[in-house]
Design a protein around this ligand. Structure first.
Ligand SMILES: Cc1ncc(COP(=O)(O)O)c(C=O)c1O
Length: 393
């Protein structure tokens, strides 16, 4: 066997032994909530399509029309010939919706974070990042070559201590956090982080992939605290509540101009397919028009948590931390037997010892099914007390 294949086989064996090997499973999303897997119809609580807009007639229609008008692919970087006119429309709408001066759309949320951080900070600068921040914020921070320091999850005192100790040694400092944490569903303490950033002349960046469309009247986590929190770098994605694909940064006009000039993941990549941009515009219009609809996923998550006996969630993401990977896989298997698709989330996506079920609630989940799910979770899965994510680390 060639050594590369041996290397791969060994690594896969290690993953297998630790119940951490992953396999792709064909999944047909029949509607926003119903899936077909291995011939079975399952109700999904694992999609980030919080408003079920992937299958909304107006969103699909906008995508189809864009294909007819502009073709399938963008055919070049936005800086060559890929900047179809839908980009300007989406960027203007996102900026208006987030109440900022400007917006730059990227090929994905992951690409946005890979591009934004290295465009703003570099060797000699400082990045403070929440220990549970999403993998692509981490990737952007590491790619920047700045000094990267981790702060304990949502611990503003720790942020303050680090800034007091280290800020003066670096020309620029950036604080990076999820707005809504992807695996825990909790909100970052944005007002307090913004105050710390201002006090220490640091730039606050929030990743609101799971906030846009579902918290703060649909406008995202900066709007979820009563009055709007001023965050100079608001990143997000078009791939979750908007039901499309792509990422964005909302910021001031000069910052967005700089990002367009410096972010390698905007410049050296093909523009988004026009259909995705058109779909995102249609989805954003729906969310802006119907804040009551945007409130539904969180209301459903709260109803589930009440019935299952879990703490009240801040977002439509409800984690049930079970500890080891096998426990999470077996709980997911049990739910699948009852017709629910709830994927087990294992390390390295979450810290070791905090494998979990991660449930996401969407606008169209039937209340009776949510009750049935809660009953099974309460009586069959939570018979052992859930592991606290903080305690397990
Ligand atoms: C918090 C967070 N940021 C960024 C991303 C990446 O976004 P995208 O799927 O658009 O690349 C995700 C999605 O997995 C996420 O959960």
């Amino acid at each position: 066997m060639p050594s590369l294949d041996e290397f791969a086989a060994d690594k896969l064996g290690e993953l297998e032994k630790a119940s951490l090997r992953r396999a792709l499973v064909d999944t047909t999303r029949v509607t926003g909530i119903w899936m077909l897997r291995a011939g079975r119809r399952l109700l999904s609580f694992s999609c980030n399509d919080y408003l079920n807009l992937t299958h909304h007639p107006a969103v699909k229609e906008a995508a189809i029309e864009a294909v007819e008008t502009y073709g399938v692919g963008a055919a070049a970087s936005r800086f060559v010939t890929g900047n179809h006119p839908l980009y300007a429309q989406l960027e203007a709408r996102l900026a208006r919706f987030k109440e900022v001066q400007a917006c730059c759309v990227f090929g994905s949320g992951y690409l946005a974070n890979l591009g934004i951080i290295p465009a703003l900070v570099g060797a000699g600068d400082l990045v403070l990042i929440d220990e549970l921040a999403h993998a692509c914020l981490w990737a952007g921070a590491r790619l920047s070559r700045a000094t990267v320091l981790t702060f304990q999850h949502n611990d503003v005192t720790h942020v303050e201590d680090l800034l007091t100790k280290y800020r003066r040694r670096h020309p620029h400092a950036l604080i990076a956090t999820d707005g809504v944490f992807s695996m825990d569903g909790d909100l970052a303490p944005l007002p307090a982080l913004a105050a710390e950033a201002t006090r220490h002349d640091a730039w606050l960046m929030s990743d609101d992939a799971h906030g846009l469309g579902v918290v703060g009247n649909g406008r995202g986590s900066p709007f979820a605290f009563g009055s709007k929190v001023e965050i100079p770098l608001q990143m997000g994605t078009l791939s979750k509540a908007l039901g499309a694909y792509g990422g964005y940064l909302c910021a001031s006009a000069p910052v967005v101009d700089l990002i367009r000039n410096r972010a390698r993941s905007v410049i050296y990549t093909t523009g988004l397919p026009p259909a995705m941009v058109a779909a995102a515009i249609a989805a954003l219009d729906l969310i802006a028009r119907e804040p009551a609809y945007a409130a539904r996923p969180l209301a459903k998550a709260k109803a589930f948590a009440r019935s299952a006996g879990l703490p009240e969630p801040d977002s439509p993401i409800v984690p049930i931390v079970l500890g080891d990977a096998e426990a999470a896989l077996s709980a997911a298997g049990l739910l699948e037997e009852h017709g629910f698709l709830v994927i087990a989330i294992r390390p390295p996506t979450v810290p070791a010892g905090t494998a979990r079920l991660r449930l996401t609630f969407t606008a169209q989940h039937p209340d009776a099914e949510i009750e049935r799910l809660a009953e099974i979770v309460r009586t069959r899965i939570l018979v052992r007390p859930p592991v606290s994510a903080a305690a397990a680390q």
